[in-house]
Ligand binder design. Structure first.
Ligand code: NAD
Ligand code: AHE
Ligand code: ZN
Length: 390
């Protein structure tokens, strides 16, 4: 762990290493090199486990590299910075950003997208922008980075464009969730879709992402917000986060009725906006086809496995339905995170309500198991106050 001054030196700390697809993580000591130019070393205080971490660990992510340090929903404190870093300094409270924002590239300057081109190519290969890793295990084997964040380690190194300093009065334990799930769903509703008062909305999948879409749609005063899930445990969350209706897509249908027919019947011809928050390509099709003819827009948020493809009759699009996607809710992390944190502090944006489980870091594999229970929205892991397992 860190000594009096760790700046410029390697740090030995505890991390959860994904050695092999489909296998539990190994919690062990690793070595984290100091940050190079335009890099930031962060003491990660809290991280949550997102469905996407489980997706990559399962082996179906074409960008999944092993051995690696997963995790992308984390918050902590800057330990040290490399040469040329100006946006954060040691001691700053920060959130790691898997969607970087360099504010200089073609994407950042386009005004059309929150995607950034600065580090995405190397990020997808599990390395820092110079093509190397800052992580190795005690045998000296290189460990890959993940999504430019790798928050399943007590210390991580990220590119300076992949980190944002935040209001230090906001609890890191809560705002780590703004690193992915809450921001993604909320942003998809208020930015990507830009839901307006009176619009009708259906959300497929009531995890943290889907429930955050619901809270965004409620804030925009949507007239009908329908949560479709296949787990009845999600009914209580539907109500809590602002849905007007809950449908179990397997059991709440009449004999022979499809979910698309049910939704069209409930909304006089279909929805203004639908959101896929499941990653299931059949659900994505239903979400598109449940949209209103002429203008209904369906937004794909869920992540599907390598090789999966979406399909529908082109006629669905010819007749005015629109298929879109949303990454990190369309939110630019460095420019817009401050506003989300203000909204959270004012009580406009629910964040704490998603923390259904808390665990010491050493129990990270149980946090992955929790993901399968309907009751679990997010498990937050405490990295600094965990009993050392080494
Ligand atoms: P989660 O596992 O907590 O929630 C998924 C929900 O979908 C569960 O409630 C589950 O019961 C429900 N579901 C599963 N199959 C269904 C079906 N056939 N019909 C209806 N509901 C069904 O996951 P999460 O963390 O909320 O993430 C949701 C999805 O979004 C995942 O695919 C994740 O990888 C993806 N994601 C994408 C982004 C992005 O930026 N695009 C960001 C975060 C997460
Ligand atoms: N590596 C995957 C891509 C997975 C994916 O689509 N990721 C989402 C974020 S999921 C967060 O929980 C995303 O933002 N994608 C945009 C991007 O640039 O990665 C694959 O299928 O290759
Ligand atoms: Zn995520």
């Amino acid at each position: 762990m860190s000594g009096a001054s760790t700046e410029g030196k390697p740090i030995t700390c505890v991390a959860a290493v994904a050695y092999e697809a489909g296998k539990p993580l190994t919690v062990e000591e690793i070595i984290v090199e100091p940050p190079k130019a335009h890099e930031v070393r962060i003491r990660v205080e809290y991280t949550a486990v997102c469905h996407t971490d489980a997706y990559t660990l399962s082996g179906v992510d074409p960008e999944g590299a092993f051995p690696s340090i997963l995790g992308h929903e984390g918050a902590g404190v800057v330990e040290s910075v490399g040469e040329g870093v100006t946006n954060v300094k040691p001691g700053d409270h920060v959130i790691a950003l898997y969607t970087a924002e360099c504010q200089k590239c073609k994407f950042c300057l386009s005004g059309k997208t929150n995607l950034c081109g600065a580090v995405r190519a190397t990020q997808g290969k599990g390395v820092m922008p110079d093509g190397t890793s800052r992580f190795k295990n005690k045998k000296g084997e290189t460990l890959f980075h993940f999504m430019g964040c790798s928050t399943f380690s007590q210390y991580t190194v990220v590119a300076d464009v992949s980190v944002v300093a935040v209001d230090p009065s906001a609890p890191l334990e809560s705002i780590c969730l703004l690193g992915c799930g809450v921001t993604t769903g909320y942003g998809a509703a208020v930015k990507t879709a830009d839901v307006q008062e009176g619009d009708t909305v259906a959300v497929f999948g009531g995890g943290t992402v889907g429930l955050s879409v619901i809270q965004g749609a409620k804030l925009r005063k949507a007239s009908k917000i329908i949560l479709v899930d296949i787990n009845d445990e999600k009914k209580k969350y539907a109500k809590e986060f602002g849905a007007t209706d809950f449908i179990n897509g397997r059991t709440d249908l009449k004999e022979g009725q499809t979910i698309v027919e049910k939704l069209i019947e409930m909304t006089d011809g279909g929805l203004d906006y639908t959101f896929d928050c499941t990653g299931n390509t059949k659900v994505m099709r239903d979400a598109l086809e449940a949209c209103h003819k002429g203008w209904g827009t369906s937004i794909i948020i869920g992540v599907a496995a390598a090789g999966e493809e979406i399909s529908t009759r082109p006629f669905q699009l010819v007749t005015g339905r629109v298929w879109k996607g949303s990454a990190f809710g369309g939110i630019k992390g460095r420019s817009e995170m401050g506003g989300l944190i203000e909204d959270y502090k004012k009580g406009k944006l629910k964040v704490d309500e998603f923390i259904t489980h808390r665990k010491p870091f050493a129990e990270i594999n149980e946090a992955f198991e929790n993901l399968h229970s309907g009751e679990c929205l997010r498990t937050v892991l405490d990295l600094q106050n965990s009993p050392c397992i080494c």
